[in-house]
Design a protein around this ligand. Structure first.
Ligand code: BDP
Length: 689
């Protein structure tokens, strides 16, 4: 009896290889690279590039190219790390991370060239070249020049020293502080490869809710071990520093930055770090936010507080990322307005080596927010945009939500502060809160890998289309024969989550603490501005937050004020963000707000059902292990989408007493049922360690 072997691509896969799977190309025997040629072999970044090329080309072409300092054979790939270009390519010499690819010219012996003005550029070019081969069927034919738009392309881990991960849904932290510095998990090298392949050049290892022990001498030695592994991949390490560390770690009686002992403590600490890690990136600080200590305890502003740490870092070339995620329920101002209110007046007062790190939206990584009004509003402050790759508010690891579309939406929004200015023009970097952990597939789910991928690709070139990035990712991760159906799923996925969790611009409606599942009724938390009721303001008569009356809208440029100031011109996907409207208010569809909510929540559930169905058709096209896990997760997502819909509608209906529109099922259970659900062990809810 004849048996058919499983095609290689359909062998079970666990997702560990991410988008660097390097499968044998169907037409591999038509391609040849016999040598990788580079005459500067001692540079560790070049060695990393050569190793990756050898690994990838051997796997894809079926033969291993030799390394050689000079061209001795045909079909060579030349790496030129110190090329100075004439004419049109001159800007390459200005950007030390850029690379150019020059395809074979008929008369030349060698086949291809990757040129750059630094070894780092060559490393990025090598990964680009491998990607083109993985996705295509031929060597790239055209001259290509690529330079990153931002110098800071960061992953921010919210990892604690005890290996728990705040808002982490992919297992433990990949940093095993206990075994460091003696044992380096080989996974760290693969982590570095993955980051370098998408252009990430900076990594914050620790949680923004920082523990002073991050700065202890033994932790610094451990950090050095990680830095040594990441360096050949062009990645700098950063740490989070706690503002009160001088007292907690240095035994000083104060952390007041005006006190000379405190200033000296920071200087000594920073110099201790640079002794160990000469290319240390710097610190990320969360200050006076959600209970974290900060300069305001001493009556000082964020800029005054940042100064002491920035000054300590400056002589070493280190930078300070200072977060703008601040709000205080003692201040009688809309929470959405507080970051701008705090930081706009400080424009021009931060040191040159400070970047203010601003979340994409004014509240907190919600499934949909308008852009933060700080983008475009400051002239003399360098901003970094912070996005959240880990899906704290979009269904944890089990819901499929591709965030490329969400980030594209914010990056490409016009600020209207200056002609033709988009949000992406107002920043100097992008930082993504990591979704990476020690789960075999890194991110807790196969599709969450796409968010790590999109983070890197968008921070390299924020003008790229989310669809194009999804195309690349699917083709690298699942193969090019399934790109169309899977990209279609991905492109609709975030909007589905918006629909079933918070349509029409509703926001911050999740359960307390772990943030898993719906909790729009919650109104008894310690702080008013943590309560979902604070955000939706629903009552018998209507729903939504009137940000015209609150004045928040005035933080935006005049064009936005006009558009968002009137419910008739406000895009419906932000309607209840900006306006409090009667339940009976009629929308473009002819439905009332109440009917539209029912319609949209239901549409979200239907979309997940459709996505699940579409995935089921891919059974013969995706390897069995990944196929099954995705299918099971979609089953969970469908169940939970319905939970979100039903719980939310049951609550809104308890306020407005309106009947369910015809054709729509009422919630399956009474409101009390949903209010009684608890999840004491939901992951990711930790501020400790
Ligand atoms: C919130 C998270 C919290 C973080 C905070 C932050 O729930 O765990 O500490 O953001 O960004 O969304 O600091």
């Amino acid at each position: 009896m004849e048996t058919t072997a499983t095609p290689p691509s359909l062998k079970p896969e666990d997702g560990y290889e991410l988008w660097l799977r390097y499968r044998l190309l169907p037409s591999h025997d038509q391609f040849k690279i016999s040598q990788i040629v580079c005459n500067e072999s001692s540079d560790p970044l070049l060695s990393a590039a050569v190793a990756e090329l050898q690994r990838g080309l051997e796997a894809m072409l079926g033969h291993r190219p030799e390394f050689s300092p000079v061209v001795t054979q045909d079909h060579a790939l030349l790496l030129q790390p110190s090329q100075v270009y004439p004419g049109a390519l001159a800007h390459l010499t200005l950007n030390h991370e850029a690379f150019a690819y020059l395809p074979k010219r008929a008369e030349e012996r060698q086949s291809h060239t990757i040129s750059a003005s630094s070894s780092r550029g060559v490393l990025y070019g090598a990964f680009w070249f491998l990607r083109q081969l993985q996705m295509g069927t031929a060597f790239p034919q055209t001259l290509t020049v690529s330079a990153p738009s931002y110098s800071l392309r960061m992953v921010n881990h919210w990892d604690n020293l005890n290996r728990t991960v705040e808002r982490g849904y992919a297992g433990q932290s990949i940093w095993d502080w206990h075994k460091l510095p003696d044992y380096i998990d080989p996974r760290i090298i693969d982590y570095a490869r993955a980051n370098a392949s998408i252009g990430i050049n900076s990594v914050v290892l620790t949680n923004v809710n920082a523990n002073s022990m991050v700065l202890r001498s033994d932790t610094i030695v451990k950090t050095r071990a990680i830095a040594d592994v990441l360096r050949p991949y062009g990645i700098k390490v950063f740490l989070t520093s706690r503002f009160s560390a001088p007292e907690e770690l240095g035994n000083l009686t104060t952390s007041d930055p005006r006190v000379p002992d405190v200033q000296q403590w920071w200087c000594k600490k920073v110099s201790e770090i640079y002794d160990q890690i000469p290319d240390f990136g710097g610190f990320l600080v969360k200050a006076n936010s959600e209970g974290q200590p900060g300069p305001q305890s001493y009556g000082l502003s964020h800029a005054e507080g940042a100064r002491v740490i920035a000054d300590a870092l400056a002589p070493f070339g280190g930078v300070l990322l200072w977060r703008a995620f601040v709000y205080d329920d003692q201040i009688p101002v809309d929470r959405a307005a507080q970051a701008y209110a705090e930081f706009k007046p400080l424009d021009g007062l931060f040191q040159e080596n400070v970047f203010v790190q601003v979340k994409n939206g004014p509240i907190d990584f919600q499934p949909r927010e308008p852009f933060s009004p700080l983008f475009g509003a400051v002239d003399e402050t360098s901003l970094v945009m912070e996005v959240q790759a880990t899906k704290e508010y979009l269904g944890f690891a089990s819901h499929l939500a591709y965030l490329g579309t969400m980030w594209e939406e914010v990056l490409k929004t016009p600020t209207q502060q200056r002609p033709a200015e988009l949000v992406l023009h107002t920043i100097k970097g992008v930082a993504g809160v990591s979704n990476i952990g020690s789960d075999r597939n890194w991110c807790g789910s196969h599709f969450d890998q796409s968010n790590w991928y999109a983070l890197g690709r968008l921070s390299w070139d924020p003008t790229q289309e989310a669809r194009e990035i999804a195309n690349e990712w699917v083709s690298l991760t699942f193969g090019s024969d399934v790109t169309d159906p899977i990209v279609s799923i991905m492109m609709r996925s975030r909007e589905a989550v918006v629909d079933y969790t918070g349509p029409l611009g509703l926001t911050h409606l999740m359960a307390t603490g772990h943030h898993y599942g719906p909790g729009p009724w919650v109104n008894d938390l310690d702080r008013a501005d943590w309560n979902p009721t604070y955000f939706h303001r629903a009552n018998k008569d209507g729903i939504g937050f009137d940000r015209v009356a609150s004045g928040t809208i005035q933080q935006y440029a005049a064009g936005w004020q006009i558009l968002w100031g009137d419910p008739k011109t406000t895009p419906e996907n932000l309607l209840l963000w900006f306006h409090h409207l009667p339940w009976s208010y009629e929308l473009k569809s002819g439905r009332s707000v109440w009917e539209e909510l029912v319609y949209r929540y239901s549409r979200g559930v239907a979309e997940v059902k459709a996505i699940r169905q579409e995935w089921s058709h891919l059974t013969s096209k995706v390897d069995p292990d990944r196929f099954t896990q995705v299918a099971e997760f979609l089953k969970i997502q469908e169940k939970e989408a319905l939970w979100w819909r039903d719980a939310s509608l049951a609550y809104w209906q308890s306020l407005n007493g309106l009947p369910y529109p015809e054709g729509f099922d009422p919630p399956q259970m009474p409101l009390e049922y949903y209010q009684g659900i608890t999840h004491p062990f939901a992951p990711g809810n930790t501020h400790t360690g």
